[in-house]
Write a protein that binds this ligand. Structure first.
Ligand code: SF4
Length: 238
């Protein structure tokens, strides 16, 4: 188990501080200022699969305008109607089936309030049992909609810390999550939300598939960045 003295713990904290200075959490689509309702997280987490957030948001707007952005309304709609409303997010048939299945599962559980009253382990298991909900999507829902202290260590986070030269010995999602959460034993739900948001923003702005390292605030700490910018003078560590 990773303890507070784990090799990655100080790095994980330092990265948070640097990203917190660099990015505006209020711009994050699930920040408290922008999130309208918990079910928006569920809908958005399904709709953003294999597309951009901009497209997912347009699909959410379509559902909202049709009065279908809640579990009861969505579960009552035919898949073809849902597919028409979310077409802008791509693979509309697949996403309509997933949205309808998730909405029906929420209704069977007694609604979102009853579902979110479950303990974290049972809630995660219930989400994972829903059609189209994998570990990352379940953890996004747990963190942003249900307010549970669970970190979504998505592909962006794994790529970032791999480039920084840190991470767990195991390679799977659970190993990454255990490593990351263990490195931040004192972080609360809000800190986890912010950290995940910052990592996604950083992955889209600088730490892309082909990273833009020179202006990156993490460059002084980053093995991959140093390799790519060898010959460029290092700035002071954040
Ligand atoms: S220095 Fe480059 S590789 Fe490292 S975190 Fe920054 S953008 Fe990513």
């Amino acid at each position: 188990m990773v303890s507070r003295r784990s090799p990655g713990a100080s790095l994980v904290r330092a990265v948070y501080r640097a990203l917190d200075r660099a990015y505006d959490y209020e711009a994050w689509h699930w920040s408290p200022a922008r999130l309208r309702a918990p079910f928006d997280v569920i809908g958005g987490a399904v709709l953003v699969q294999h597309t951009t957030w901009a497209n997912a948001e347009r699909a959410l707007d379509g559902l909202r305008a049709a009065g279908a952005l809640d579990s009861r309304a969505l579960a009552a709609l035919p898949e073809e109607r849902i597919a028409g409303l979310v077409r802008v997010s791509g693979t509309p048939t697949v996403k309509a089936r997933r949205l309808r299945a998730v909405a029906a599962a929420v209704e069977r559980a007694g609604g979102l309030g009853a579902l979110f009253a479950l303990p974290t382990g049972a809630l995660r298991a219930a989400l994972l049992a829903m059609h189209g909900i994998g570990p990352e999507t379940a953890d996004a829902i747990l963190l942003y909609a249900a307010g549970r202290r669970v970190f979504e260590v998505d592909a962006y986070a794994q790529r970032l810390f791999r480039r920084l030269g840190a991470g767990p010995e195991g390679a799977g999602y659970a190993a990454w999550q255990h490593w990351f959460e263990g490195a931040l034993p004192d972080a609360d739900v809000e800190a986890f939300r912010r950290y995940h948001a910052y990592i996604v923003m950083h992955a889209k702005q600088l730490c892309r598939a082909t990273p833009v390292c020179v202006p990156c605030p993490l460059l002084p700490r980053c093995a991959e960045g140093r390799r790519r910018t060898s010959g460029v003078p290092a700035a002071a560590a954040p």
